[in-house]
Design a protein around this ligand. Structure first.
Ligand SMILES: C=CC1=C(C)c2cc3[nH]c(cc4nc(cc5[nH]c(cc1n2)c(C)c5CCC(=O)O)C(CCC(=O)O)=C4C)c(C)c3C=C
Ligand SMILES: [Fe+2]
Ligand SMILES: [Fe+2]
Length: 443
């Protein structure tokens, strides 16, 4: 595609930056609880009714403490921490400080920076995580120090969700607003890119490659497993995630069909947390169903994330594999995450170059951009496109088992919930109580 592209005509004093946004994950087991605290403190993950917003932090404290042991077990089983930081930095660029820690790794961020260089775009690629180091705030500080004048913001989620890219963009918006340098810095956002040819082709190639590992490749059921979101995000807040996910799977399957692949496929949603309704079918339920229906060969394809992480390495490779084998599936395979796949990274570089003309421009007023499900645009405009009203959403986490759920919308549940919240506040305010005694809340 663009190896022969002419050098971009940028004014001499322009400095281009690319900010990769990602979720972040605990580097060690000690980081698990504070990481979860950051995650549950996010109003795009738990939206409390207006009246209870002041409880966001205490509640995050409570839920993170309650969930940490289970989460830590998962992270322990994949080597004691999340590989997300290492892989994302590999996708972006190699930072000398990181080199000291991960001597042998070549970096996703470094790979992108290199690919941009090859395409005659000298740019610095930064990594900003939402819930753990290197935090988005740290990346922004570096962007300011480097006097970047044009910034392309690229969330590393192929499909847009309020809970992922949306949350990162909302944070960016608040950082941009409160800083004079950033308010004036020209920027644009690539909100989702699942429809890009390079990404679709890279995914299709990874899938095709795994077929050869099965005894009867033509019988393999292609099983796309996407990270779920609560149904309310889609139905009440207008999250485009489900529509984009379905379109993404269709595009990959069309590419495979054009290569002569005739295998049957399905899409399910994994990793639900708590009792509210999440997007269906659920991965575990679907696996059992496929087993019961006599499927013997299953190829799992993680689809919502481009790096290996706890939900591929632990949930799919361990939990779902075990479930599949118990359900009568005999041959199991899993497509690896894209990580630093060269077709993928080259395509991301093209996406950045194609987005540059929109930097600082009102992209939503551009007809071409309008045709995309989520238009290319600035942070503020994108947030205005989706989720304008920031509706209260049923929270997806465990505390709600006592009450505030769709299925238990009864006064009983609400009173119990209120009681729990009041106790929690009293306990946090006084520093004394059962939760402290049990070590659930730190003294
Ligand atoms: C597109 C991907 C993701 C969506 C959508 C998403 C929504 C979402 N997640 C939670 C709760 C948790 N997520 C956790 C980890 C985690 N989540 C994603 C991706 C999406 N989440 C990734 C890649 C990871 C793993 C990071 C890593 O360390 O490797 C966790 C912590 C792990 C655990 O305890 O299971 C929680 C909790 C909610 C509630 C939500 C939507 C509202
Ligand atoms: Fe998640
Ligand atoms: Fe999970």
């Amino acid at each position: 595609m663009s190896e022969t592209r002419q050098p971009l005509a940028l004014p001499q004093d322009e400095k281009v930056g690319v900010l990769l946004l990602n979720l972040g994950g605990p580097d060690s087991l000690e980081d698990v609880q504070p990481f979860l605290f950051n995650l549950f403190s996010d109003p795009d993950i738990i939206r409390l009714p207006r009246l209870f917003r002041f409880l966001q932090k205490p509640l995050a404290e409570f839920i993170s403490a309650a969930r940490a042991p289970k989460s830590a077990e998962g992270y322990a089983s994949i080597g004691g921490g999340s590989p997300l930081r290492r892989i994302t930095e590999e996708q972006a660029r190699l930072d000398p400080r990181i080199l000291l820690v991960t001597v042998f790794s070549f970096s996703q961020a470094r790979a992108l920076q290199k690919s941009l260089e090859t395409k005659h775009l000298p740019a610095t690629v930064y990594v900003g995580m939402r819930y753990w180091h290197p935090f988005t705030e740290e990346a922004i500080e570096q962007i300011k120090k480097d006097r970047i004048t044009r910034l392309v913001v690229l969330p590393l989620y192929p499909q847009f969700s309020i809970s992922t890219s949306g949350s990162s963009l909302r944070l960016l918006e608040s950082i941009f607003r409160s800083d004079e340098y950033l308010v004036n810095m020209q920027h644009t956002v690539i909100p989702s890119w699942y429809q890009r040819e390079g990404y679709v082709k890279a995914m299709a190639s990874l899938i095709e490659k795994e077929f050869s590992k099965f005894p009867n490749p033509e019988d393999v059921h292609i099983f796309f497993s996407a990270h779920g979101v609560p149904v309310a995000y889609v139905e009440e807040a207008g999250d485009p995630y489900k529509a984009e996910m379905e379109e993404c799977v269709d595009l990959i399957m069309s590419e495979l069909r054009s290569r002569g692949v005739k295998n049957v496929h399905s899409l399910a949603y994994q990793s639900r947390v708590g009792p509210v309704e999440w997007l269906k079918p659920y991965t575990d339920v679907k696996i059992k169903e496929l087993g019961q229906n006599g499927i013997k060969s299953l190829l799992a394809v993680p689809i919502s994330f481009v790096s290996e992480h706890i939900e591929t390495l632990e949930e799919i490779d361990m939990e779902y594999k075990e479930l599949a084998l118990e359900s009568g599936i005999v041959h199991w395979g899993r497509v690896p995450a894209l990580n630093c796949d060269s077709t993928f990274i080259t395509d991301l570089a093209d996406a950045v170059i194609e987005a540059l003309p929109y930097v600082g421009a009102m992209a939503v007023s551009n007809l071409e951009a309008r045709q995309a499900l989520v238009p290319l645009g600035s942070v503020g405009e994108l947030l205005a496109t989706y989720d304008t009203q920031r509706r209260e959403l049923p929270a997806p986490v465990a505390v709600w088992e006592w009450g505030w759920t769709k299925s238990a919308e009864t006064w009983n549940g609400r009173v119990a919930m209120l009681a729990v919240l009041v106790l929690l506040v009293l306990e946090i305010a006084s520093g004394k109580g059962l939760l402290h005694q049990w070590g659930i809340l730190p003294s």
